[in-house]
Design a protein around this ligand. Structure first.
Ligand code: 3HC
Length: 295
């Protein structure tokens, strides 16, 4: 399929990444079906798109008319089969667990048209393994956005072992249509490029605090003022979701070995349900899902 033949995009999962990807697709002019497992989750994702579009308009990054038109292009769904019935591309952004993702692909494969490309927003899992539960492994690749999708320029486009070159070309061109900068990842390896670098960095930052070498605020200051990162490692963990970081680390640990063992400090946060911005508390506290307060 050529990129010009893409009209309708289904985003599976309305969480942190899913709603942001749906927003990016709607802003690029696509008809978007946003699906999650119940009304409450999908409505929350829709509300977050509305919040974000209003924020972008408030800051003159887009016009009020563009914000309104983008929101009008988004329809919410709970039924997975219905949500993919007219999709040209499905972008899946459900929780970062192999079993959950496989279940989703098994549920939608027979309902999506034959030409539909499946693109997973997985942060680290094997594209090849996921593609093999579908009847369309050639039309399957990774399309990995960064948080918050509406502000981050990069999209990793990842080839699985079975991915056709045509699929890679189309998804790369789609990322460009969305005003993003795609980078092609040629080998399907755990964490791809960014998370192979980023998540161990977050883990090392956590070990520094775990072992009392420095405080959260001190480690974050070094990343910001010494390395020039826009956010400290703990601020970033809160931004992407501490649970997401831990899921990636667990997978890297399982596949690549002990160097990637998740730091208990991160695991404890997940056990306590303090996942970062999305729960209002992580390493920092947040008001209205935003605004950094005291460490
Ligand atoms: N939509 C619209 N507005 C948003 C937003 C969103 N999704 N998220 C935050 N904002 C708003 C804030 O509310 C804030 O508004 P306010 O000023 O009224 O309080 C405003 O944006 C802040 O934007 P600014 O441009 O003023 O601030 P910055 O220049 O600091 O930019 C940033 C914000 C782009 C998020 C920047 O801090 C940044 O680049 N941070 C690093 C993010 C990053 O590295 N992401 C990648 C993570 S890795 C990943 O996602 C992979 C995964 O697999 C783990």
């Amino acid at each position: 399929m050529d990129v010009d033949d893409i009209n309708s995009i289904t985003v599976l999962g309305a969480g942190n990444m899913g709603h942001g990807i749906a927003e990016v697709a709607a802003l690029a002019g696509y008809t978007v079906n946003l699906r999650d497992i119940n009304e409450e989750f999908v409505q929350k994702g829709y509300d977050q798109i509305e919040w974000s579009l209003n924020k972008l308009a408030e800051k003159d990054r887009i016009s009020d008319d563009d914000a309104e038109a983008a929101l009008d292009r988004v329809t919410t769904f709970v039924d997975a089969g219905e949500s993919v019935a007219d999709a040209d591309v499905v972008i899946e952004a459900v929780p970062e667990k192999m079993d959950i993702k496989k279940e989703v692909y098994e549920a939608i494969d027979e309902h999506a048209p034959e030409h539909t490309i499946f693109a997973t927003n997985t942060s680290s899992l094997s594209i090849t393994e996921l593609s093999e539960v579908t009847d369309r492994p050639k039309q399957f690749c990774g399309m990995h956005f960064f948080n918050p999708p509406v502000r981050m320029q990069l999209v990793e486009v990842i080839s699985g072992e079975h991915t056709a070159d045509e699929t890679m070309d189309t998804i790369e061109a789609l990322a460009e249509q969305m005003d993003k900068t795609p980078v092609r990842v040629r080998k399907d390896s755990p964490g791809f490029i960014v998370n192979r670098i980023l998540v161990p960095l977050m883990n090392e930052a956590a070990w520094m605090v775990q072992n009392d070498y420095a405080t959260v605020a001190e480690v974050d200051s070094t990343a910001k003022y010494g390395l020039g990162h826009p956010m400290g490692s703990f601020e970033l963990a809160d931004q992407v979701g501490i649970d997401v970081g831990v899921h990636v680390l667990e997978y890297l640990h399982e596949v690549l070995g002990d160097a990637y063992r998740p730091c208990p400090l991160l695991e404890e946060k997940v056990e306590e349900g303090e996942l970062g911005k999305k729960t209002g508390t992580g390493f920092y506290e947040y008001e209205d899902g935003d605004g950094v307060q005291i460490p």
